[in-house]
Design a binder for this molecule. Structure first.
Ligand code: GLU
Length: 424
């Protein structure tokens, strides 16, 4: 009967992309009309102004958001992004993907995402601390261990999570470790959380290479984005025996067919903050990196980098989506026609991060801490279960792997909404 008019607030390329993915999946599983818009659109959002006193005494007001997409199966869950190009629509799309991701891998969570429009590299340590604390201060009544549990994302890290946990704990008057995940170990962070997303990407990439009868020891790897996810993906694949031939960050990348010395690259990054002029190979642009001949291409930076244009020119065998939303709808259509390339979709491929966030939250709530081996064993088991379910779904309905993963995630959220009914 009536069509929704809900999306104008979030309208943007990336939100439309997430909506198109949803529509396609909803059609594929014949999701009843009465459940569609309820399942698709974010439940609520908060936009805040964040005044921060700068080093020179002036005050800058930053804008921040938190979008809670779905809370039907538990607290909403998802990272907070600090990046100069953040928009409310982007945060909403990322929140949607968190819902499908937590649901696909079977976590008792909904989906959410936060963001602040800021380039964290332009802030001093103390400005960054003030911004992070102010963000959490504004979110105090909107988040919580049983409501919405933030975590790191692009531009945020465990130090920022520590400030946020401290701010929230001061407000409620007791230690509230479970309010954020991705904390330092000293504050209740989990063993293995820092490397979890990249470790999961690498674990799944190796698994799919095996399926494709491509030995990981002969694989070459190109990684776009050398932040937390990209660098851990590169290290883990290298440790499995693969050769990492290209890496990049927002300043550009390096290509070395003999293999990049990752430790040197990480040391360079620590001292220079960017990969620009790193002499471990010949310079390549981010666009060139994507089109290099390699076995595994791991986009681990931002959304919408694989487009209908460059998708035709890719020369990899397997795309492992460490980033959220790196492939546009148009690129998906091109890739579906290319039987020389397999793809592990983001909601499955990078789910290791939120899986270990879940372990961290469980450890915080029970005050009982696990060893690294226990964490990794449980992580691998959950990744295996989720990827096996995706394979079954793909075969059963002849779906692309992305459609298989999305339909599983979306169906579970829709089922929960259906069972709970409409209130009042
Ligand atoms: N930001 C990560 C993601 O996109 C992790 C979220 C979390 O651990 O809650 O999956």
């Amino acid at each position: 009967m009536s069509k929704a008019i809900v999306s104008s607030l979030y309208d943007s390329d990336v939100f439309r992309m997430a909506c198109r993915q949803f529509d396609k999946a909803a059609d594929a599983i014949n999701l009843p009309e009465s459940l569609r818009d309820r399942t698709k659109y974010p439940r609520r959002c908060l936009a805040v102004s964040l005044p921060v006193r700068r080093r020179d005494g002036s005050v800058t007001v930053f804008e921040g958001y938190r979008v809670q997409h779905n809370l039907s199966t538990g607290p909403s869950k998802g990272g907070i992004r600090f990046h100069q190009d953040v928009t409310l629509g982007e945060v909403a799309a990322l929140a949607m993907w968190m819902s499908w991701k937590t649901s696909l891998v079977g976590l008792p969570y909904g989906g959410a995402k936060g963001g602040v429009i800021v380039d964290p590299n332009q802030l001093t340590e103390s400005e960054l601390e003030h911004l992070s604390r102010r963000y959490m201060q504004e979110m105090v009544n909107f988040v919580g261990p049983q409501v919405d549990v933030p975590a790191p994302d692009v531009g945020t890290n465990e130090r920022i999570m520590a400030w946020m946990m401290d701010t929230y704990s001061n407000h409620v008057g007791h230690v509230a470790s479970a309010v954020v995940t991705g904390k330092p170990i000293a504050l209740g962070g989990s063993e293995g959380r820092r490397e979890a997303t990249g470790a999961g990407v690498a674990y799944l990439a190796r698994k799919y290479l095996e399926k494709m009868k491509l030995p990981v020891s002969k694989a070459t790897v190109a990684v776009q984005g050398f932040g937390n996810v990209g660098s851990e993906t590169a290290l883990a694949l290298r440790n499995y025996g693969a050769k990492v031939i290209a890496i990049s960050d927002y300043t550009g990348g390096v290509y070395n067919p003999k293999g990049i010395n990752l430790e040197k690259a990480l040391a360079y990054l620590r001292s220079q903050r960017v990969l620009l002029d790193f002499d471990g190979g010949e310079p390549v642009t981010n666009e060139q990196l994507l089109e290099l001949k390699c076995t595994v291409l791991a986009p681990c930076a931002l959304e919408r980098v694989i487009t209908d244009q460059n998708a035709k020119r890719l020369r990899c065998r397997l795309i492992a989506e460490g980033a959220n939303g790196p492939t546009t709808n148009g690129a998906d259509r091109v890739l579906e026609q290319r039987d020389d390339i397999e793809l592990i979709p983001d909601v499955l491929c990078n789910s290791g991060g939120v899986i270990v966030s879940y372990f961290e939250w469980l450890q915080n709530l029970s005050n009982y801490y696990w060893t690294r081996d226990e964490v990794l064993k449980k992580l691998h088991a959950m990744l295996d279960r989720a990827s096996d379910a995706v394979e079954v779904q793909q075969r059963k309905f002849k779906f692309s792997r992305r459609l298989a993963a999305l339909t599983l995630g979306i169906q579970r959220v829709a089922d929960a909404k259906q069972s709970r009914g409409l209130f009042p």
